[in-house]
Design a protein around this ligand. Structure first.
Ligand code: NAD
Length: 476
């Protein structure tokens, strides 16, 4: 049992000023594995005060001081690699190897990329003959993060914030608080100055709301559902606080007629099932030519047979989903898919055989899905793939873009050039061509209701900076 009831404010672990204890539940055993305190608005006030004080000096640190600090964070992060991976297995139910290599691995990538960008980032440039344009730290950043890739989402905010001289008040997801606690310990050990990073656990409706509407917070960087992102923006509007939103997705994966169908479908199944389908930019809508729908479905069903589900401490591809709430919602959507007339090709309601305890979901494929069905429109956030058919490329592009979201898209073709032609017409923040993996230097973020911010790499720095023009007089 982990006792994480304290919050980290002004460089120290302290008791929250109020609030109830909450049990953290294992998705594997459905039993308590730790405790946090759901802190209150009073703790947010204290954290904001500390962050404002720290900003005075931290915003004036030199580039080299911040490069050294990030280097020290990287060293501490490396020391805690296994602890972070173990915490992810416990709180998220992530399979051990996947947790260690990918979920924690991405944290290293953000740190390494951030250090490289900081070495040469242009914080000022001359414009015309009289003006210097300076990019300056914004101030106190309120950070609210979700549970699905917790280390990624925390590190891709902390790294650019530290690199640009901002200070932080962070509320991680109450569902996965262990990794956030360890990250705070890492920052402490690395010598992040007092007050620069503050951690306050709590629910969205109390601590999340207090951060969003706080007059002492200069920007809120939010990652989570579109519903909560809208709520954050409304509260922030009262103080004209900047809001940086990274929200939901329902990403299309277009398999063009000339693509290797088996390869494209198989990769698509694996990519979706990774992390039990709990990835915001997962390829959840697979679009195939109408004449190939049956074959694509067969390939998908075959691929699912080798998706091993089970205890994340064992050699499996998929563990449980994170919580009972998530499990129940996925079941409801599976029922709705059947009720609305989609064909269930494999999987379906209930737990996989032999896994009666734990929030395990059967890897599920729906085919003959129409784009107006609920399962094609709403985020399921579970291991459920929808296969849709299209008539021609124009039809595929129109179905792909017919969504409120625009986080990512995927295109498969015999040639990159053909795929890129289609990519140019998709309304999505990232388009992955022919099975391409992540690029930590590429911007990450969404079009439409998937958000308005960009994270990762150099572009993230700009999001954490204000712009100041210093204008000199005309020469006499
Ligand atoms: P969520 O919106 O329920 O919660 C996210 C965070 O916001 C949590 O810390 C939560 O406590 C807090 N929160 C909830 N309601 C709030 C409110 N009204 N005001 C302030 N804070 C509030 O999302 P989740 O279930 O934790 O995560 C899954 C969602 O996150 C999915 O929609 C997924 O697509 C999205 N997501 C997006 C990205 C991205 O980069 N675009 C990345 C990961 C996850």
């Amino acid at each position: 049992m982990r006792d994480y009831r304290q919050v980290y404010i002004d460089g120290a672990w302290v008791d929250p000023q109020g609030g109830d204890a909450m049990e953290v539940i294992s998705p594997v055993t459905e039993r308590p594995i730790g405790q946090i305190t759901l802190a209150t608005a009073a703790d947010v006030d204290r954290a904001v005060e500390a962050a404002r004080r720290a900003f005075r000096s931290f915003s004036r640190t030199t580039r080299q001081e911040r490069i050294d600090l990030l280097g020290s964070v990287l060293a501490s992060f490396a020391k805690r690699h296994q602890d972070l991976a173990d915490a992810l297995v416990e709180e998220l139910g992530a399979p051990a190897t996947f947790a260690k290599d990918l979920q924690v691995g991405v944290g290293f990538l953000h740190l390494q990329t951030g250090i490289e960008v900081l070495k040469t980032y242009a914080f000022e440039h001359a414009q015309g003959g009289r003006t210097t344009v300076r990019r300056e730290a914004i101030g106190v950043i309120g950070m609210i993060t979700p549970w699905n890739w917790p280390i990624n989402q925390i590190m891709c905010k902390i790294v650019p914030a530290l690199a640009t001289g901002n200070t932080m008040v962070h509320k991680p997801s109450e569902v996965t608080p262990f990794t956030a606690h360890i990250i705070a310990e890492i920052l402490h050990e690395a010598g992040v100055p007092q007050g620069v990073y503050n951690l306050v656990n709590g629910t969205g409706s109390t601590v999340g709301a207090a951060i969003s509407g706080h007059p002492g917070i200069d920007m809120v960087s939010f990652t989570g559902s579109t519903r909560a992102g809208i709520d954050v923006a409304k509260r922030a509007a009262d103080h004209v606080t900047r809001v940086h939103q990274e929200l939901g997705g329902k990403s299309p994966n277009i398999v063009l007629d000339d693509a290797d169908l088996r390869k494209a479908v198989t990769e698509s199944v694996y990519r979706l099932m990774m992390n039990s389908g709990q990835t915001c930019h997962a390829p959840t809508r697979l679009l195939v030519p109408a004449a190939k729908l049956q074959q694509a479905t067969e390939f998908a069903v075959q691929a699912v047979q080798s998706v091993k589900v089970g205890d994340p401490n064992e050699d499996v591809y998929m563990g449980p989903v994170v919580s009972e709430r998530q499990w129940t919602r996925i079941q409801e959507l599976i029922r709705q898919g059947i009720a609305e007339g989609a064909t269930l090709a494999v999987g379906g309601e209930g737990r996989p055989k032999g896994l009666e305890t734990g929030y395990y979901v059967r890897p599920t494929i729906f085919t003959n899905v129409r784009n107006d069905m609920t399962i094609a429109r709403e985020e399921i956030f579970g291991p459920v793939l929808c296969i849709l058919s299209y008539r021609d490329v124009e039809d595929a592009i129109s179905i792909a873009n017919d969504t409120i979201y625009g986080l990512a898209a995927y295109v498969q073709s015999a040639t990159d050039a053909h795929a890129e032609e289609v990519a140019a017409r998709l309304q999505a923040g990232t388009v992955y061509i022919n099975g391409a993996g992540e690029d930590p230097e590429a911007p990450f973020g969404g079009y439409k209701m998937s958000g308005n911010g960009r994270e990762w790499g150099e572009i993230a720095f700009g999001e954490f900076l204000e712009t100041k023009a210093v204008i000199r007089r005309e020469a006499a």
